[in-house]
Design a protein around this ligand. Structure first.
Ligand code: T1G
Length: 694
């Protein structure tokens, strides 16, 4: 029974117990109606408390029910039934009161929270809006603009702010249940204060127009936030019951939207990536003491990420001066966390004195549980490092490389313990980016893989298992769609138009702005590295080499594809003549591309290589590719990831585009066999998500 009713003295107690997060499944909703009836009929109960068992108050409607036929009773009806009760009902909230969970609390007549409770309406992150009264009740409680800010930002609010705004009536100083029972006793006999009866706040057209303009600028293409503002403002101008109808209609419209399907796919995919048969039931090794080798950008970022997660870190550098520089870099990263309010200054000081050490002798790593190297990206250096680690690391220590493309099998071969070696590919800045590619080599032990996933969870990152290949999942796919955009630039497209077309599609940044950010020297070194094995028909972005040779390295040199003078990056008037010269040298007659063609070709190349990574096992499932591209490469979340997007577009259409393009270049444009097979069988990529390959 997910919902029970009993009486404590003269107070009814309704308990929700639906692990893991007390989502309001159909059984919970039906149980709440029954419990409300039992409370109303209980003449000895003069007031009631609703509370949740487990780690959190209701964290929302049951997302797994979305997209299926709705089942009565609906959550709005359940909340209306509770709100209409003739006796006061107190919500005793703890953990994360989110979405429909917070809306349930808003329908109660008073709210008390345990310290540390977080409250929010994250529906827009799922392509929805609060559909159980949030757009109509929250503004009545805390005011129009604070409510719209909370709804459109989807941010979580703490108890102090919630109490100041009137979202909750009190914070429990001691036991939450006792405090809620006492509050109910105080309210017993009084008429219930129904949120729906509170006056609607006055409209504020100026403020709402400013908000919607900001949303359009910050979240181009996304529809839920604007729909939420419109539902709230239109509904609040009407009597409550009609306002609820406005909200319901808007909610249903979003429920049918592709953005809702995409965002919910992303939500579940980010949890499914950790469900691997290879590590099911496998205990990870300890990871309390971390060693980091190399204090450059990546090493310092990794050290900061581990320190911020409460781990003990020893960082090795080649000499005292480099170690001091690394310490200063780590301290600066922690200072950033203090500035962002993510870390208290005293805690930062304690970390730097007690949890963080630098050294120049590998012997300092002799008791480390897990050691991550982030040294120079050559196999020779990696071999030296891992041979040394093999000598000093304790038995059972996990030895990880942060390489972004080198062969982890070859690195493991430099040790006498290949089963303990794994790739942990962090993304820069390592203390911020959520993605971690866990690269499993041929002989990596399952518990070492499990340790990689456990580290990710500890660092609040999302781990995706990747197989060994050049670039693993993300960089391999990136290099392929970069080749597609570079080919278009060689053939006449402007890098600026390419960036505009792809940011218009929803990418956080265009590929040429990304190159400027990463540094054009990185791309140049990659091309140099691959030159020996390059296929004669591979097209080389000669213009990128020209820029590098001219010392134009991107942001760090103030000039790359764009000019950087401290303000907004500007196109460089000298770029077009340089491109024209390169095309002339290559005998290319430049042609125009439409923005649609740029998006079509880029996405076809991206999807094609992504399908290949699934076919050869580099990625376990299409959803693993989606999670990598959403969390490491700025793919628009409201499109669900490239694999989800490809299914939505239709694989036959994408295959036809590739086949048509092969007439132009039958070397680059060769459809992945798996793509052709899926189209021939009338299947979707999503069908390959059903359980990872054994
Ligand atoms: N419905 C169904 N399953 C859910 C769920 C939900 N709302 N929330 C979490 N789960 C599952 C999740 O898939 C995972 O399953 C397990 O619980 C633990 O989750 C009408 C329409 C609450 C902060 O958006 O933000 O209400 O992988 O790994 O890191 O207006 O879960 O173990 O099988 O994330 O401790 C609004 C979504 C819904 C909150 C906990 N609510 N959840 O984080 O655990 S829409 C949300 C979260 C709505 C109303 C509208 C987080 C969490 P498995 P987890 P966590």
């Amino acid at each position: 029974m997910p919902v029970t009713y009993h009486r404590s003295g003269a107070t009814g107690v309704i308990t929700i117990d639906n692990p893991p997060v007390n989502a309001t499944s159909q059984a919970v909703r039906a149980g709440l109606i029954e419990a409300a009836r039992a409370f109303a009929a209980d003449e000895s109960a003069r007031a009631a408390v609703i509370l949740c068992a487990g780690r959190t108050w209701v964290a929302g409607a049951d997302i797994s029910e979305f997209g299926k036929p709705p089942q009565d009773p609906s959550l709005p009806d359940v909340i209306a039934a509770i709100e209409a009760l003739p006796k006061p009902v107190v919500a005793a909230i703890h953990g994360t009161a989110l979405g429909g969970g917070l809306e349930l609390a808003l329908g109660c007549h008073a709210r008390i929270a345990a310290p540390g409770t977080r409250m929010g309406l994250p529906e827009v992150t799922l392509g929805l809006l609060p559909g159980a009264g949030g757009t109509q009740r929250l503004p009545r409680l805390i005011g129009l603009m604070p409510a719209l800010e909370m709804i459109t930002s989807a941010r979580q609010m703490g108890t102090a702010e919630a109490r100041d705004l009137g979202l909750i009536d009190a914070v429990a100083s001691d036991d939450l249940t006792d405090a809620a029972l006492q509050m109910a006793e105080r309210l017993a006999g009084q008429p219930p204060r129904r949120t729906c009866d509170l006056p609607a706040p006055p409209a504020d057209p100026t403020a709402t127009e400013t908000l919607t303009a900001d949303l359009a600028r910050k979240l181009p293409g996304q529809i839920a936030q604007r729909a939420a503002v419109d539902a709230a403002t239109e509904g609040l101008a009407l009597p409550f019951a009609q306002g609820m109808e406005v909200e319901r209609a808007a909610f249903r419209a979003l429920m049918d939207s592709p953005q809702r399907a995409a965002l919910i796919h992303a939500f579940f995919a980010e949890r499914a990536v950790a469900h691997l048969p290879q590590i099911k039931g496998v205990d990870p090794r300890p990871l309390d003491r971390i060693g980091v080798i190399g204090g450059g950008t990546m090493g310092a970022g990794i050290a900061a990420a581990c320190l911020l997660a409460g781990l003990d870190v020893t960082l090795i550098e080649r000499d005292a001066a480099a170690a001091d520089t690394a310490r200063a870099t780590v301290a600066k990263l922690l200072e950033g966390a203090v500035t962002r309010g993510k870390l208290a200054a005293p805690a930062r000081d304690a970390i730097l004195t007690d949890a963080f050490r630098t050294a120049t002798d590998y012997a300092a790593l002799s008791d480390a549980d897990l050691i991550i190297e982030a040294v120079f990206e050559t196999m020779e250096v990696k071999h030296q490092v891992f041979a040394e680690l093999d000598r000093v690391a304790k038995p059972g220590a996990v030895l990880a490389t942060n390489t972004s493309y080198l062969d982890v099998n070859a690195i493991a071969a430099a040790t006498s313990r290949p089963a303990d070696v794994i790739g942990l590919h962090f993304f820069s800045p390592a203390h911020v980016m959520r993605l971690l590619e866990v690269v499993v080599a041929d002989r990596t032990a399952p518990e070492v893989t499990a340790t990689g996933f456990a580290l990710a969870k500890r660092l609040k990152k999302i781990a995706v298992r990747a197989g060994v290949c050049d670039g693993f999942i993300g960089n391999r796919i990136l290099s392929h769609y970069r080749a597609a955009v570079d080919a278009m630039v060689l053939d006449g497209a402007s890098p600026y138009q390419v960036d505009r077309a792809l940011t218009g599609f929803g990418f956080a940044m265009g590929p040429y702005a990304v190159s400027d950010l990463a540094g054009l020297d990185i791309g140049w070194m990659t091309r140099q590295r691959k030159a020996a094995t390059r296929h004669p028909r591979d097209r080389v972005p000669v213009f990128a080499d020209r820029l590098y040779e001219l010392g134009r390295l991107g942001r760090k040199s103030g000039r790359g594809y764009y000019l950087y003078d401290g303000g907004k990056p500007q196109p460089d008037p000298e770029l077009e003549p340089l491109l024209a010269q390169v095309r002339a040298d290559l005998g290319i007659a430049p042609r125009d591309f439409t923005d649609a063609q740029i998006v079509e070709r880029t996405m076809a190349a991206l999807v094609n290589e992504a399908v290949r990574t699934v076919a050869d096992g580099t990625a376990l499932r299409p959803l693993d590719v989606d999670v990598v591209m959403l969390n490491g490469y700025g793919f628009p979340r409201w499109r669900g990831g490239p694999m989800h997007w490809a299914d939505a577009q239709g694989l036959p259409q994408i295959l036809a585009q590739i086949d048509a393009l092969s007439a132009e270049d039958d070397h680059f444009w060769q459809a992945a066999p798996l793509l052709r097979d899926l189209v021939a069988q009338g299947r979707r990529l999503a069908e390959l998500n059903e359980g990872p390959k054994p």
